[in-house]
Design a protein. Sequence first.
Lengths: 110, 122
Amino acid sequence: QTVVTQEPSFSVSPGGTVTLTCGFRSGSVSTSYYPSWYQQTPGQAPRTLIYSTNTRSSGVPDRFSGSILGNKAALTITGAQADDESDYYCVLYMGSGIWVFGGGTKLTVL
Amino acid sequence: EVQLVESGGGLIQSGGSLRLSCSASGFSVSSNYMSWVRQAPGKGLEWVSVIFSGGGTYYADSVKGRFTISRDSSKNILYLQMNSLRAEDTAVYHCARGGLTGSRAHYYFDYWGRGTLVTVSS
């Protein structure tokens, strides 16, 4: 059973920068896993932010960026705003038609 | 405009069956890979199943052998047949379209429906 790890929670000040990560308990995340990132507020459908590691989805502001940092995928929010307060999920494509989501990060902006 | 609207959720007893539907507009379900993703109350997202444009289907271990994904191209609807339901299947079920650039898959989900709630009582 593959486990994808994310920080359970994170806090950032308005205007600040925060980097959320997405990794494996053992092993490294690479671009071959096509990491993608989603933002979700309670009761709403997820919103797609980043795909294929670092490509922004249509309409996503450029203060959201994706990368590989060390052995993890990363989502960086630059100039955090109040309405960035949400849950953030990564998902990795394991190949052979299987995806695995991370447990999600609850981001607080205060 | 791409839209996905799920239906078919409800309250069902443990061991029962339910079929979810996802009505798509603005594109053809048979030309994209389509997935179901669920979210238990207060929990995170969990990938459930995918059907590729070529017809190949895959499932998470937690539902393999109990759930079946399918599509009706003439109606442009994606389905999820759920059998032998358990309390742990209680969740909001979202359908999601797979992201493509031309014909190249990027193995992510670009459009999501709002979901339909399935509650399994024990």
